[in-house]
Design a protein around this ligand. Structure first.
Ligand code: SF4
Length: 506
């Protein structure tokens, strides 16, 4: 909640004494709000009989330090252009119920081209997050239910390379279950999108604390590194370094365990047979599936003693007393060294210095484990009417790369096919840019930037176009202050990105 919002007390809809109160119509809840108080979402309040937006309108500035609005005025009271500015939709207000033009339709000239940016805070009933958790550890079976505060809010989806994936939210959890399920889902999505930590539990699996841009905490343990690759890839990367230092190497991995003497990489390097046997399903030479059940042990298996995946050693195929064996996990965090005794049993020996460098190299090549949160929302609904008079024209314009879409100034990926289904990495969006309404739905800033002549041709609300300076000086319908923040240097400047949209540089 902003400082401004803290001055207001929360007041939900439905009170009887509506006479002195005024109605907020920025979402279907339609709170009646008394003077000095805020509505159910804490985003709007009643200030002296006017509905005001309680968070400031956020304007990104690039090429200059963040300045307070007044500091941007010259001695004569005129505006000083301290850098390039972009009016985001954060704090802009919404068009709901979509009978009116977007809160701000802003023009500016960039590199000699007249551009228009239409900004609005979209109310997303159709939205969710995809969460990528960099870990090998088994956090739950595919399709297992993910819960927050005991309520089902999503499920485990197909894993990716070195990462486990969750799909959370969506219209069914937001609106199709109990009231509590919808409220808890909305709350978890809001916190995840605003880069706050959320504790999740997975049915039959782990408990995880997820926070965008931070390492996951799995069953109370901070995950440090993601794996260097699968067991087979690890063999491919490091086989040459092990050559001459050890007779056999096994990289233990829940998905593909690698064995250097049998692997294609080992064969090319002239590795000799060792008579090793792996208990697992052989895929191709030196690559084994299902050496164990998935778990929290070595390489995402349940294994704590890696010898449990070894069968009998075969003397006819090269096994001999004294044969040396390195076993290592895909992150290099677990490793052990063995030699075969007279009965061809592997016996653990002190770890030799000559192998330490290669194990350290595996660990060094593992990237830091992080949680990544992508907001996914459908902007193909009624908010389009606030942008243009004929909504489908906006959809076509986005699909035809005529209109560049951003969320709080951050670039989005728009899914091909129908509608405007977009994804954005929440760490690229300014802090606390997301809000909610108790319907329940998430509120996300969204900006559409396009050439002015295209906007006119699309049937845009041209009578409502204003300059950036005018927006800075006078604000908008909801009377909130404007504040400027530094644009992230990681994000392309939206107006320039629009100019490069068609040539694929955006
Ligand atoms: S929940 Fe918020 S946006 Fe909706 S009517 Fe109430 S104050 Fe307005």
């Amino acid at each position: 909640m902003s400082e401004l919002a803290e001055r207001f007390e929360t007041h939900a809809a439905g009170e009887k004494q509506v006479a002195e109160k005024i109605r907020c119509d920025a979402c279907p809840v339609m709170c009646y709000i008394a003077d000095g108080r805020s509505g159910a979402c804490d985003r709007y309040g009643n200030s002296g009989g006017r509905i005001v937006r309680l968070d400031p309108l956020t304007i990104l500035e690039q090429g200059g330090a963040a300045v307070a609005f007044d500091a941007g005025r010259a001695a004569d009271g005129g505006l000083v252009n301290t850098g390039r500015r972009f009016v985001t939709a954060i704090g802009a207000g919404t068009t709901y119920p979509d009978y009116k033009p977007a809160p701000f339709i802003v023009s500016q000239e960039v590199e000699g081209v007249d551009l228009v940016t239409v900004v609005t805070e979209g109310i997303f009933s159709y939205c969710g997050v995809k969460v990528k958790i960099d870990t090998d550890r088994q956090i739950g079976a595919e399709a297992a239910t993910v819960r927050a505060k005991g309520e089902a809010i999503g499920h485990v989806t197909t894993g990716e390379y070195g990462s486990q994936m969750l799909s959370l939210g969506g219209v069914h959890h937001l609106t199709g279950g109990s009231k509590s399920e919808g409220r808890v889902t909305c709350d978890a999505l809001l916190n995840l999108c605003n880069k706050k930590p959320v504790e999740l539990t997975i049915d039959g699996g782990a408990s995880i604390v997820v926070q965008a841009g931070k390492p996951p905490v799995i069953d109370g343990k901070l995950e440090n590194r993601m794996r260097v690759g699968c067991g087979s890839a690890t063999i491919g990367m490091f086989a040459a370094q092990w050559r001459g230092l050890v007779d056999e190497v096994v990289v233990v991995d829940d998905h593909i365990t690698g064995v250097v003497s049998e692997h294609q990489a080992g064969k090319v390097l002239g590795w000799e047979d060792t008579g090793i046997k792996i208990v697992g399903r052989r895929s191709t030479p030196g690559r084994y599936f299902k050496v164990s059940e998935p778990g929290l042990g070595w390489g995402g298996t349940t294994i704590s003693d890696p010898r449990s995946i070894l069968g009998e050693w075969n003397a006819k195929k090269g096994a001999r007393p004294g044969l040396s064996l390195l076993m290592v996990s895909t992150t290099g965090e677990q490793f052990a060294y063995y030699e075969l005794d007279d009965e061809l049993k592997p016996v653990e020996k002190p770890f030799p210095e000559r192998l330490r460098k290669s194990v350290d190299l595996i660990e060094e090549n593992c990237e830091p484990a992080l949680c990544t949160v992508l907001f996914v929302g459908g902007a193909g609904g009624s908010l389009r009417a606030g942008v243009v008079e004929n909504p489908v024209r906006l959809t076509r314009s986005v699909q035809e790369l005529q209109t560049y879409v951003t969320v709080g100034g951050a670039p989005v990926y728009v899914w091909p096919g129908g509608g405007i289904t977009l994804m954005v990495d929440v760490t690229r969006v300014p802090d606390n840019a997301f809000g909610y309404v108790p319907t329940p739905a998430l509120v996300a800033p969204i900006e559409f930037t396009l050439r002015r002549d295209d906007y006119v041709a699309l049937g845009g609300h041209v009578d409502h176009i204003r300059s950036v300076e005018d927006v800075l000086a006078h604000g908008g319908e909801y009377l909130n202050p404007r504040h400027e923040i530094d644009a992230s240097s990681d994000n392309p400047w939206p107006p320039l990105a629009q100019l490069h949209l068609r040539d694929g540089k955006a």
